[in-house]
Design a binder for this molecule. Sequence first.
Ligand SMILES: [Cu+2]
Length: 215
Amino acid sequence: MKPRWCTLLTLAALFILDRPAYSGNPDLLAQFSDALYKQDALKMESIVEGHKGEMPDKIDKLIETALKPELTKEEREQKFYILERLATVYKDITGELAPLKMVKKRSFESRLTPAVVSTEAGGLHVVETISTETIKNLFSPDNIIISSGDTVRWDNKDATTHLLASVLTSVGEGGLFSARVEPGQSWQYKFNTPGEYYYICFIHKIMYGKVLVRE
Ligand SMILES: [Cu+2]
């Protein structure tokens, strides 16, 4: 394990944020996050080992908890971060990847706006990268449903370079990578295989988008 400063700082911040919510109400996630903060791998494993049989079910329930609408964005991201670590330990112990994929998928989706069916003539759908007054670097629209054989073109309408579509195989299908796309330029991709494609900008890793390709 190669701890990096940013990871350690994130963990420290998560732990501090995590404390008030859980103190006095120790549960699986709280115990695990405590072990995670202490980098106590053995403890993390023993917590997962102790709940191994019920873990997929527990992870499903914990995902629902993380998606509760009353949570702030930070609280949600913190819960998903710990859940991802939990599901990773579960995968390492059992070899089962499904719960980890589900955590990543639901966490990713929690950052998107509701999906819209894109009905462009000729099957060419345009997604722009924009920055608004308040938010920098966005895909717009960020969550579209298209048909198999359609093409999505990403137009960089921003003042920064973006790597427009770096699809995460760890979350959904495929594995495509655009080139660097300078302001004013475009990049496009034809989706021939139905499935769920989750993508980020590889330069600004806080830019999230999804293309659902139907039959
Ligand atoms: Cu970007």
